[in-house]
Structure formats: C-alpha cells, structure tokens
Design a protein around this ligand. Sequence first.
Ligand SMILES: C[C@H](O)[C@H](O)[C@@H](O)C(=O)CO
Length: 478
Amino acid sequence: MPNSLFYVAADFGASGGRIMLGEYNGRNLRLEEVHRFANEPVMLGKTLYWDFLRLLLEFKRGLTLTGIRRKNISSIGIDTWGVDYGLLDRRDELIGNPYHYRDQRTENIGREITDNFISWEKLYAKTGVQYLPFNTLFQLYADKKYRGSLLEQAESLLFLPDLFAFYLTGHKYNEYTVASTSQLLNAGTAGWDPDLLQAVGLPGKILQTLIRPGQVTGILTRAVQAETGLGAVPVIAVGSHDTASAVAATPLATAQSAYLSCGTWSLLGVERDRPLMNALSRQNNFTNEGGVEGKIRFLKNVTGLWIIQQLRKHWTENGEEIGFPAISKQAAAAKNNRFVIDPDADVFRAPADMAAAIRDYCGDHGQGIPRTIGELAIAAYHGITGQYKQVIDGLEAILGYRIDAIHMVGGGIQDGFLCQLTADVTGKTVLAGPVEASVLGNILLQLIAAGEVKNLAEGRELIQRSFGTQEYSPQPRE
Ligand SMILES: C[C@H](O)[C@H](O)[C@@H](O)C(=O)CO
C-alpha cells in the first residue's frame, strides 16, 4: 500500500511468541507475520524457568527480519503474559532466568502471607487483584523465603515486557498494565503500595518508575542497531500486559458487552472507568487489572486452552501427531459427551500427564473414565465453557446489569466449535474476532502514540473495519 507506515509488535504468550508487522495506510490496517517461535519453558531439577535468553534471541531474529522486509519502521511495541519478572543486580546484570508462574515454589505462600502479615480482605481492598497462587507479590515472598540472597542482590525488578525493552534500549521502568497484574499496586491510587511491601517485608527499592501506555521509552541501542540492522527505532510502551492489548483491540459494541481473550488462559470480563472492590467481587475472585487510556479490566482468569495444549503435547509425545482442528472435531463428535472437569482445579495446574489427570478427575467425580481423544477433549471443552457461564453469572450479579454479548478474541477463536459452545452454554451472542488481538492492540497504541489514530474508540473502529467479526448465536444443546 503506497505511503504506508510500519509498526513492529512483539507478542509473547505462554505457548509461543510472534513478531508481526502492522501496515497502516491511513484507512486500513494489515498484519504481516515476520517470525513465529515456540515458547518452551525449561525444568531445571524441580524448578520451572522461562528460557529468557532464547526468547530474546528469537526477538532479535524477528527484528532483523523486519528490517530486511521494511526499511521504514516507525516504532516497536512489546507485550507478554503477566506476573513474571527478572531481577537485575547493581551492575544491571540479570540474576538468573525468570521463574515460570507454574513453578511450585509459590505453593501455600499466599496462605502464609494472609495468615501472618495482611488479611485477604485487606489485601484485596488495597489491590483489587484476584487470588492466584503466582501473583508477583507471592513470587517475591517465595524468593525472599527460599533464596534471600537473590533479593538482597537485586536492585531492579522488571516485568517481562520491561525486561525485553531494557535489553533493547537500556532504559528501566515498569509499565502500568503489566504491573497491575502483580498485586503490588494500590488499585485506588494506581501506584505502588509501600505499606503493603513493608507489611510483607519486601524491598520497595527494586520497583521502578511506573509509566503508562503510549509513552516513548527509548530507542534501540547502538549495539542492538548493529545486531539487527535496524536504525534508531523508538520503543513505545503499549498495553504491555498481553490481555491489556487484547482488550484494547476488542471492538466492544456497548458498555454492557463482555470481552473474552482466549489463549492459554481465558480472561473474561468487562471494561470499566474505575476499580470495583466489594465483598461480592472478592468472594467471586474478580480482579481489577489496568487497561490502556486509564480503563480498568474487571475480569476473571479461567484456565483456558492450557488443558488442550497439554493434552496435545501428551499425545504428540506418545506418537499421536494431532492438530488442534482435529482435536476439536473429535470432541464435537464424541459419543459419550457427558464428561466435564473444573479446569481451575489444582490438579490441572501443571500435571505430568494431563490425560491421566482428566481420567482421574472424571473417575473421582463418578462420570466414568473418558478414553478416546474426543472424550478427553470434550471434558475440557465442557469445563472451560462451564466456567465461562459461571463468570458471566458472577459479572451480572456483581454489576447489576445483563451482559448483552461476548466479544471473543485471540488464538482460541480459530476453533469454531469452542465459539459455538461458548454461545450455547452462556446463552449469549458471541462475536468472534480478531485472532491476533494482542498484536493489534499493541500496534494500536503505537498508532495512537504517533498521533495517527485519535484514541481507543477510533482504533477499535479501525480494527473492526480491517478485520471484522464472526457471529455465533446460542443454539439449544441436546
Ligand atoms: C499468569 C497469566 O499469564 C496471567 O494471569 C494472565 O493474565 C495472562 O497474562 C494471560 O496471558
């Protein structure tokens, strides 16, 4: 497209990463995939780590490839999953690979903190963040408890998007949306909560200046320019928590519409102007994560396609090469389709064998034993969509209004069976699209920062116009 502008989005998810080029011609947006790679965590003894060095290598490879394709790159934006971080020492050296949020070192840590330092009611009232065993607050406390020297050496904490940006620009900061997943922020002030850190005995000095999406955070260092062949390209802070970018790119039709970002995790909620913390939202474990343009993402985490991903990994490792479309087809065709699991049950957090975990769960719950690929998969699909129904009911009870539609985005919408089942089980119209929502939200913030797009509302129209949505109406189920 003549006179187009080009933006690079680096999007890192728990199962894989991609470097994509966004092309904007003043009317429409087009995406071009430049580099895609698997994200394979590494088990070291009993500890699960992210392979950060390889992810950074793949990132730089992707940047080099973009430079080969397009000479005029306007800027770069980075988004990743939440909660995880790297620690730098006083020489700005990385003190070890970042832990994976499914690592078992945080077991019972949440309870230890709420039994000894601050009650759950008070912690929730301060932070508005849902209880998840791997919240950054709990991970840092585990570091203090099990590897105190690590925290003593640490001078800087950088969440993963901040950490990638640091190795590109040399600048240190914490971006607000990813920081909002940590349970270290005060939801009322949208700033760090020093009393909380003190109460738990954690060093506030490692936390960096909080910056908001839309700010230029630096330009590529000379060394990175030489390594990638790119020029002095600016790095823009975007909604660096992938879900924040996904929600930014979701063309919400009305204020009563819900979004459902569907990947390894399913994040289901609504967009609000201010946080909501009360007894009902606490009891239903809803979270208040920061969004772009000062919005609040009032949502709940549901274990999503992680179950299907692990089933596929299990079958592949046992010589049964099978793709996601085939798994979905066999689930839809399962003869005995009465199986259902609770995907958020602890047994599914990081089992060695996901198929065995599902068989045991169904057996223990008197459902009989799922045997075929279809039966095991349908148990997961029923579990995931059943959770969606519970979350929607919880939202309507807390918010006091009816959700009018669910905007479903992310990799999971490539599965038409899942989209239709979501409509059927929740009784809500599902509007599916775009697939690459995190990437598009990332590029949208770069367009807004560049003044090419006025604001979020205009950006969502651009995405709706350029990518559209597919509608699924609830159907009666046998
Ligand atoms: C741990 C999860 O990654 C996090 O809770 C979720 O918000 C996310 O980042 C999904 O990509």
